[in-house]
Design a protein around this ligand. Structure first.
Ligand code: ZN
Length: 555
């Protein structure tokens, strides 16, 4: 009996990301898996009466995108908030807030997302926000999600107006008048605002890594809506696999509800989030999550940690003081403790992903992975470092040598996409360090595996905009050209990401036996000028042979 394909995409410029057969015209999928890759004539022999045939008209067909670092639940919930990305200046922010508040009279806190550092201009943020709206709690989150600014009503409602004791690295910033300025640094400081806004459960996975108490069927159904909204947004951008960079068991349980009703449109990997306050014994929970969730659609199997904060608020841990200051921040884990944690996770056969932005944090993270390899022996660990915004020259070859993935975000370098060049590059990092900043091509050339991502909702999830940013970013004065070529960047968003997520036996390349995870772009990416790639749309997203998004232009 002749096999009949469920779906054939033909007439495409297929970039398979499979070194054995890099190009083709058509791909056929049956039973959720790829059954043929080749010429139109050869693949169309699998066409039967029940086959859906998509004529691609010369568009580029790729493996479905692997988003290597995002926050699905947060992103999904924030799609409901006021979007301030790219909105700068007091008047513009004020107008946006007032319109949004008027349209949403019932919100306990009017929350905005994507508020750029300095978007209100100089001043005390609490008073500036009061000038926008004083009679309702309002708050806005920075794109990196490491700072929230709140007005007096919000601070009062959350008991923060007169300050609050905080663990190291978290701060309710106080003014000379003895009142909070409205700037809340890091999760512990702005947690009460999030709670008051009704988003506590959705934020636990990133804030504390703990589990919600008393979340019954109604709460789970409500939270599932946030994840579904996020999944639909991802499908629209061609994403068929993702690594969620915050996590707890609850996240996996809600996602498994969505899977059970057939709504999981992408493969999701969810970590156990280890906080510095946790003892080694807590890692048992990570092993339990891994044991319970290990399918091709929904799996755990890794541990996420934060080694530092962000450059913008000078909480990224540096090897040298920030220019013009006597401070270089601190690591969130002590080195000795961190070595023991890494060794224990590695021994359990789990992966590690650590947020490390400053060069001090990056070094300490590598030291931890190196200790694990020394004590446990080298294995197929695929540990990874998230962000790597600064790295000391001496540490560059260590990633490749230890097989550590550089998990980096093309939209992040200031000036590359939506984040402004100033003040971060000029004042906070400082010109002396430009040749140590965002050295991603250098890391790749030194042998580090590379995985690319948006860190959504930190930046726009658009993979195509990310591709453009990676290919067009300007060289920082005194630094090297760190742009990726088209094939390098596509690899980082497909096969490279799949390898880094240990999904490379399932997805990330177009070859027979792999999942039918595809993205058809709305054009030929190889002939599109670099500066226009970001404006290109997605024509079709396919997860395991199922169409999860269809843009215009395809019959
Ligand atoms: Zn992140």
């Amino acid at each position: 009996m002749k096999m009949e394909a469920d779906l054939i995409v033909c007439g495409a410029k297929v970039l398979t990301m499979d070194a054995g057969r890099p190009r083709a015209e058509a791909v056929a999928v049956a039973g959720g898996k790829i059954v043929a890759v080749g010429s139109d004539a050869a693949v169309l022999t699998l066409k039967g009466p029940g086959t859906r045939v998509v004529q691609a008209g010369g568009r580029t067909l790729l493996p479905g995108f692997v988003e290597s670092h995002l926050h699905l639940g947060l992103g999904g919930s924030e799609l409901m908030q006021l979007q301030l990305g790219g909105v700068y200046g007091f008047d513009a922010v004020a107008a946006a807030f007032r319109d949004y508040a008027a349209a949403h009279p019932d919100l306990a806190v009017v929350m905005a997302q994507g508020a750029g550092y300095g978007c209100l201009g100089p001043g005390v943020p609490r008073l500036q926000l009061d000038a926008i709206l004083a009679d309702r709690p309002i708050a806005m989150t920075s794109p990196d999600h490491h700072t929230v600014w709140a007005n007096t009503a919000a601070l009062q409602a959350c008991g923060l107006l007169h300050g609050a004791a905080m663990p190291e690295g978290h701060e309710v910033v106080m003014g000379p008048d003895g009142l909070a300025t409205g700037e809340l640094r890091e999760f512990e400081a702005f947690g009460p605002v999030i709670d008051h806004a009704g988003l506590r459960r959705m934020n636990l996975a990133i804030a504390t890594g703990m589990e919600p108490v008393g979340a019954g069927a109604a709460e789970r159904a409500a939270d599932a809506l946030h994840f579904k909204r996020g999944l639909a947004h991802c499908a629209k951008h061609g994403v068929t696999s993702m690594v969620n960079m915050d996590g707890n068991r609850y996240t996996l349980e809600v996602l498994s509800l969505i899977e059970a009703e057939g709504g999981l449109t992408a493969r999701v990997v969810v970590p156990f989030h280890m906080k510095p306050s946790m003892g080694l014994e807590e890692l048992e929970r990570a092993s339990e999550m891994h044991a319970s969730f290990h399918s091709d659609w929904l799996r755990s199997g890794f541990v996420k940690m934060f080694m530092d904060g962000v450059v913008d608020s000078r909480t990224a841990y540096m090897l040298r003081n920030y220019p013009g200051t006597e401070a270089r921040s601190v690591p969130l884990f002590e080195l000795e403790t961190f070595r023991d944690i890494c060794t224990d996770i590695d021994r359990r056969g789990l992966q590690i992903a650590v947020h490390a932005i400053g060069d001090g944090a990056v070094r300490q993270t590598i030291d931890g992975y190196e200790a694990a390899a020394l004590r446990n022996g080298r294995r197929d660990s695929r540990h990874r470092i998230e962000h790597i915004e600064l790295i000391d020259k001496a540490d560059i070859p260590r990633l490749g040598a230890l097989g550590i993935t550089a998990s980096v975000q093309p939209p992040h370098p200031p000036g590359a996409m939506d984040f402004p060049f100033s003040p971060v590059m000029e004042e906070i990092i400082g010109k002396d360090r430009w040749d140590d900043a965002y050295l991603w091509r250098t890391l790749k050339e030194a042998g580090a595996p590379v995985a690319l991502a948006s860190d959504w909702p930190v930046t726009d999830i658009s993979i195509l905009r990310g591709i453009q940013a990676a290919m067009t970013r300007a060289t920082y004065e005194g630094g090297k050209d760190e742009r990726f070529t088209l094939m390098e960047v596509l690899h980082g968003y497909t096969a490279g990401g799949a390898w880094a997520a240990k999904l490379d036996d399932v997805t990330g390349t177009l070859r027979i036996g792999m999942a039918g995870d595809l993205v058809l772009l709305d054009g030929d990416i190889e002939t599109t000028p670099f500066a226009q790639i970001g404006a290109m749309g997605v024509a079709l997203t396919v997860s395991a042979g199922r169409i999860t998004y269809q843009g215009g232009g395809i019959a």
